[in-house]
Design a protein around this ligand. Structure first.
Ligand SMILES: [Zn+2]
Length: 377
């Protein structure tokens, strides 16, 4: 046998390799062995399993840059595979559910028993979200030295999370972010900053961020977002984008607005990454899944190629793992998503209860994780 799994004739969209067309993909063990253009005149090589993907869109395994998976220990956590491989997502990045003190339990509960690959933004607060949702209100709970030490010894942790909104930081303004940035700069890793209700004001938060740092919830519909009340783009947001700060969707229960996203697109601003901020309280709406969040961007006019890019190679770049994930490069691990473009109509809802109706939408059908074929739910 040449291959363990052969994916035939799928419409492959692999922005990392500028592929968009009909390709065959041969998998051996947990690796992508070969990717080649489909040609009806050539016989197919022998394979233990053949998947006819003619009707399907084949992408690198989807990556969700912002999720919460620490069940039982945090108020938000959801079971990892439920939002991972069961929904076409091969890698999830937990966004600050764990801090340095709770990280060992996080590994045990949310990571080791999952098929889905788990990476993490570590919370700069020592307990993460395990001590409640005001984790940056007491500066003595911040753990820069211990966090730096842990990160040096764990390649699963890709960056630092700091949630910058009034209910989280209370009297502390931007101080927690300032501390997180000192650690991040020392280790040359990005920070992911959650933005929400002020204080701290968004312009103060943005001024602390550098190229590669991530603003999640960038397109929320609350007061004090990236647009002024008169509708112009905040000068600090424009400057941040220019110097390479990343704007991420981070949908969440209350953090994605069609109106804000539409206005941003009119200004020529697209999200660099699409993430869900999915957790127990929003999986049944308005978030549902990464695919459904991708569908919302598609419905707002972002192209399929770009939406795939924003959910595969772009998050991989932020995580500095673009040579391992988010790509269908031969020799890399076989993490692949197979999606069907279904006919609508389907009504989509944002965090402000605004709706829009789409005529077609993506639905995950199969996930291949490290060469293993899994059916989506
Ligand atoms: Zn979150």
């Amino acid at each position: 046998m040449d291959y363990d799994v052969l994916l035939c004739n799928g419409l492959v969209i692999d922005p990392a390799n500028s592929r968009n067309g009909r390709f065959h993909i041969g998998i051996r063990g947990d690796n992508i062995q070969r990717v080649w253009e489909a040609d009806d005149h050539m016989p197919l090589p022998a394979s233990k399993m053949v998947i006819d993907a003619k009707e399907l869109i084949v992408t690198p395994g989807l990556i969700d840059l912002h999720v919460h998976i620490f069940t039982d220990y945090t108020p938000l956590g959801i079971q990892t595979d439920r939002i991972g491989v069961q929904q076409g997502v091969t890698t999830v990045v937990d966004a600050g559910s764990a801090g340095v003190e709770t990280y060992p339990i996080f590994l045990e509960k949310a990571v080791t028993s999952s098929e889905t690959e788990v990476l993490a933004w570590i919370n700069i607060s020592r307990l993460g979200l395990c001590g409640g949702l005001s984790e940056l209100a007491d500066l003595s709970q911040l753990a820069p030295v211990e966090t730096a030490h842990l990160m040096k010894n764990d390649s699963r942790i890709c960056g630092i999370k700091a949630r910058m909104s009034a209910s989280v930081v209370q009297e502390n303004g931007s101080k927690p972010l300032y501390i997180a940035k000192q650690v991040a700069r020392e280790l040359e890793v990005p920070v992911m900053v959650h933005i929400g209700n002020a204080p701290p004001a968004l312009h103060d938060v943005l001024e602390l961020l550098e190229a590669g740092d991530v603003v999640t919830h960038a397109f929320h519909g609350k007061k004090g977002g990236i647009f002024t009340e008169e509708g112009s783009l905040l000068p600090e947001a424009e400057r941040a984008l220019k110097r390479g700060v990343i704007f991420d969707v981070g949908h969440g229960t209350s953090s994605f607005s069609f109106a804000t996203m539409r206005r941003a697109l009119e200004f020529g601003i697209k999200p660099y990454t699409i993430s869900t901020d999915i957790y127990r309280q929003n999986i049944d709406g308005p978030v549902h899944s990464l695919a459904m969040t991708m569908n919302k961007l598609l419905a707002l006019g972002v192209s399929l190629d770009e939406v795939v890019e924003m959910s595969t190679c772009n998050p991989a770049r932020i995580l500095r793992k673009e040579h391992e994930i988010g790509t269908l490069t031969e020799g890399t691990r076989a993490d692949i998503s197979l999606l069907r473009m279904k006919k609508g109509p389907l009504e989509l809802t944002d965090s402000e209860q605004a709706t829009l109706t789409t005529s077609s939408y993506l639905q995950p059908e199969l996930t291949i994780k490290s060469g293993k074929v899994l059916k989506c739910v």
